[in-house]
Design a protein around this ligand. Sequence first.
Ligand SMILES: [Zn+2]
Length: 675
Amino acid sequence: MHIFEFHTGVHPQQHGNQYITDCPFCEKEKHFFYNAENFMWDCKVCMKSGNPVMFLRMLYEQFDNVTQTSKFISNLRDLPLSCVQECGLKYNPLNGTYLIPTFKHNRLQNIYKVVQTKKQDKTTHEWHDKWIIMASPTMEHTLMNWDETTEDTILIAEGHWDRLAARAIIGSQPITPIAVPGAGVWKDTWCELLSEKNIIFAYDNDNSGRAGYENVILKHIAKSQYKPKSISILRWPEQKDEGYDLNDCYREYGRAAYGRIKDWIQPYTSPENTVVVKTTVDTIPADKTCTTFEDLMSRYEQVYHTTTPMKMGLLLVLSSIYSVRIEGEQIWVRLIGAPSSGKTTIAKCVSGSDQVVVKSTFTGLFSGWKDDAGQDASLIPLIAGKTLIVKDADALLRQPNIEKIFSELRDFYDKDSSTFFKNMVAFDYKNIRSTMILCGTQVLRRSDQSFLGERYLDFELDISERDRECIEERMLQRSMMVAINPSTLPPEMPVVSAAKGFIEHLMQRPNNIQLGLREQTNIRTWARLAATLRTKVDREKFGQREITFEPVIEVPARLIGQLTKLYMCAPVVLGIDRPNELVHQLVAKVVRDIIDYNSPRMKICRVIMNEPHSRDEIVTATEQSMERVNRELQDLIALQLVNGYKQSSTGVGRHVLKFQLIDSLREGLEHIGFA
Ligand SMILES: [Zn+2]
């Protein structure tokens, strides 16, 4: 039977591929044509035409009896009138059936037909009414209904009657009821509707009901890229009859039904190695079996191609996370690296921890975040006592209010601002400790000291071309694996879980690291070295002219505080009671990166470290302009870091001016590991 006869009751005449029947719209006989292959139809009299869905829409539109029909159905099913009415059931006088429409995004997609039949009881031989629901032939099954927006919780009922009952039971609870046409019906595309929602299966109390939801979960959701946030099952109590359903439940308990079923809704436990709900860094449980840094690293190495800078970078980030526990200077970090150098990986690794807040970027500390009411709110309460990781700090630099953001960051680091008032609420930010990690590329270097002050420690994730290839290869494999089998947990999740567990242990650890002579000497020497080399020399008019003031090398108090704290926190992360070689290497690398090996000034210092060179030689060796070299040399001389002296040249009576670093600076650079 074709869809037209199914809904009109009129038997068509066949002419080859063409069928002719009566028009349900203008009622003209034998002028309604349709094609038996594609079911395109048209009426030669009223000129209506279209495809099957359009036929169903026009058919449905043509009846105006929702109220009457709803009264009838609400009596038939013992359900409140309003619940039936909202579903828009209609009576079809053409064949004496009832129509259950289904909608997607408020557009009618399909119609199910309710027919009254008779059924004989096998023992009493009595006949009673039976109402059966039939699907329109050739139409694909549809959900009742697929709304554009749903509540966070979706209850899935088995069959259309239970969908009506579900609405009656749910009442005003924030739950969206939907129905599948039958326990055994599901389509892969429907998984999208469940994406990141809390799902409750409320199928019938029988084997087909139980097999039905198992099938949806294990055959469809497990294989879908769309995963719910959670899955629960309405497990009917044992004393309920076989086949007991939501409609029976409403008949039994009426408006008290929801109070009953909510106790029967239980979380679904999926078989091992089958992922049916979305696992995010927010929901991942902490793996408390990861108790040491070495353990964390070995899990990290299983998933990621790992380089020594990555290991040190993770150590630095964990030290920063831990450091909020201790008074004094904070360990704020700029994690600098090219794309695919591993900085995002480090950020991702710790992102599951409650101690960490990850933001892509932000527009300010005091107005960088909109709360639920859409109001500008301060980011500070969110990050109090925690570590803020900004994944794309380059984007931060492109914010139009960047100067204001950095001024806020400076104030927050220093915590001495008297303007910490915002949103009509005055918070006492002075006692809030947070640390901050900015991940970005060399672009971050451009946000030079005038913006950020010396509040960040720098760390560069320098990688070789070979390492980059390995990292990208692993990323590619991961993407393919996730694409081929969406039901497996993303491979990095165990690392996130392990880091989450490790950080929980870490934050419990006491800090009683004693710094020895070597550490103290390093801190003083290296802090002075970095401070010396990053001292700016004042010049009139945009740095082009003469030096205006005798340059003053900063007292590196802040840097001493930061390096001390790093020396004290990194051993705690490593679970040792005094700094080891790895910690010394980490601190030295941080100082090297603060000095910035590739800055114009350092390029020159590297050339004239061991042997004197002339200007021309420096220009050639550094590939910088003569103007640049002259300016930097002037600065270095003003800072008393370079000696210039005349050296006799080959020609008689000719001298060439040569430059060389002073001995103490050369020794300092060697000490920190500059070759
Ligand atoms: Zn017609």
